[in-house]
Design a protein around this ligand. Sequence first.
Ligand SMILES: Cc1cc2nc3c(=O)[nH]c(=O)nc-3n(C[C@H](O)[C@H](O)[C@H](O)COP(=O)(O)OP(=O)(O)OC[C@H]3O[C@@H](n4cnc5c(N)ncnc54)[C@H](O)[C@@H]3O)c2cc1C
Length: 573
Amino acid sequence: MIKIEKEEIECDIAVVGAGGAALMAARTTLDIDPRIKVVLINKDNGPIRSHTGAAQGGVAAVLDTSKGDSIEEHIFDTVKGGDYLGNQDAIRVLCENAPRVVGKLGDWGANFSRTENGEIAQRAFGGHSFNRTCYAQDKTGHVMLQALYEQALKMGIEIYSEWYVVSLIVKDNICHGVVAYDLNEGKLKVIHAKAVILATGGHGRAFFITSNAYASTGDGAAMAYRVGMPLGDMGLMQFHPTGLYKKGVLVTEAARGEGGWLLNALGERFMARYAPAKMELAPRDVVSRGIQREILEGRGCGPNKDHVLLSIVHLGEKEIAKKLPQIREITKDLAGIDPVFEPIPIQPTAHYSMGGVLVDLNDMVVGTKGAFAIGECKYPAEQGANRLGSNSLLQLLVDGEIVGKSVAEYVKNSQLHPIPGDVLESIENDVNAILNCSGPERVADIKLILQKTMSAYCGIFRNKRELELALGIIRELKQRFCHIKISDKTATFNMALVKALETRNLLTISEVMAADALAREESRGSHYRTDFPERDDDKWLKHTIARLGKDGKPEFSYKPVVILEHKPQARTY
Ligand SMILES: Cc1cc2nc3c(=O)[nH]c(=O)nc-3n(C[C@H](O)[C@H](O)[C@H](O)COP(=O)(O)OP(=O)(O)OC[C@H]3O[C@@H](n4cnc5c(N)ncnc54)[C@H](O)[C@@H]3O)c2cc1C
């Protein structure tokens, strides 16, 4: 039995997560009022292990207007990149704040690559009309995270690592904090807070081939959904064109930004067929579909014709060492290939979760007091149906600032309410019910079948028959999950329990994803339905909102897209 510790941790703000979004939020809050008590809780063994550290290519911001770039151009590229599903008020906030937040990070010591004049260097990225992606070689996330973590240390922010948050404490639409499983002590700890910020990252691990960290299991979105919070546009999943073949590990878009080519088995730069103007630098949805079509039409490489090649050989060893050293390391270590001499075998990989917890413009969760969501776990209305590369690191910086301000204001005018005892009891019972499971099913089997199902039937190309099949399998897996076996019954460091809780979250999220994708009978951005190949603005220029229904299945409602100056047009590249 894993028991709830009687003594609570009291604070103003509990942030679930310690990645880029969480750290930026915590720092901003303390800038506003250093007396606010913020704690960060993360399931990894420290902020540096969060997935933000794996970001490679860069962070978008208009810094140089001498060649015609402007905030308005950044806004338009983002609107068009997202296939007109992005809320244009949110996109404006994102792009207008970009130069300032990137500058701030530079001031905090983020070691960006520089031009000969000492300016922050910027590279080309898919779907951006100008070179506006600021980078630190191909380790941008790592460098940003170091700077943010230093700020957290400097401010003395309390960070609880290897604490797995199992549930939000919500009653009558008020959030009172969270319950976390402290792996080291083997206890459930209550973090009693005036406000909770979810910053738990994405859910790419629902797929078999993915670029995401093992920790990207959608815990925040799943726990929000379970307590009745709404999720937005969950059917939208971005597939990055260049995952390492069979592994899914990312080969950054910067490889194409620096001039890399995509080649099929005939040696053709096949993107000429799909995006003649932008070629390899079309947005990710367009390039991923291009690759997949080459494979489906028999022009893939290798004996199974199941991948294509990314060549950076022509960039030369010096340029690769300067700008893409990590890519060389990754391909040498994981594929046994040196990209200085040979092209890299690649295939699209599940990458970015475009659905998540529905928030307002202040990042407050719609319908629940005291709950906020930021970063990849929130529904990023600014990314639309296809996020442009380098707009996500930007989003976590901007989100961190926005939420920092709104949450500081929120806690100033609120107090700690007593925690309803029945809620804690039911959370404790839920965790122990899973711990005590002694059925015949293995969690690892359920997770593997789920991931293979999502990759096969809820991937780049979708249709009614396959999505229904996926939904059927997911619901069957949910049933099987009721009969799992947890062999390890110990309270401390019970990773079998953590894996089971994560798998349950992936099942929850995947059901909503497949149901949402099935409902959206059109093609838009990353969501491509072979049975509805056209974008349908008359019926589908709207966001899908999912809530947990009484029968345990998602219930959908809709919300209009905020369209301002950019009316929907045909999207060609
Ligand atoms: C390989 C890769 C490369 C990328 N490259 C780029 C790029 O170049 N440019 C760009 O703009 N974007 C890039 N992205 C996307 C971007 O990095 C992410 O969207 C972003 O970093 C997410 O940040 P976050 O703070 O929201 O979450 P994360 O950094 O994923 O952090 C999540 C945090 O939540 C914690 N957590 C999760 N669940 C729980 C729980 N149950 N209990 C306690 N803690 C929990 C984790 O421990 C972690 O601390 C890339 C993504 C990947 C996967």
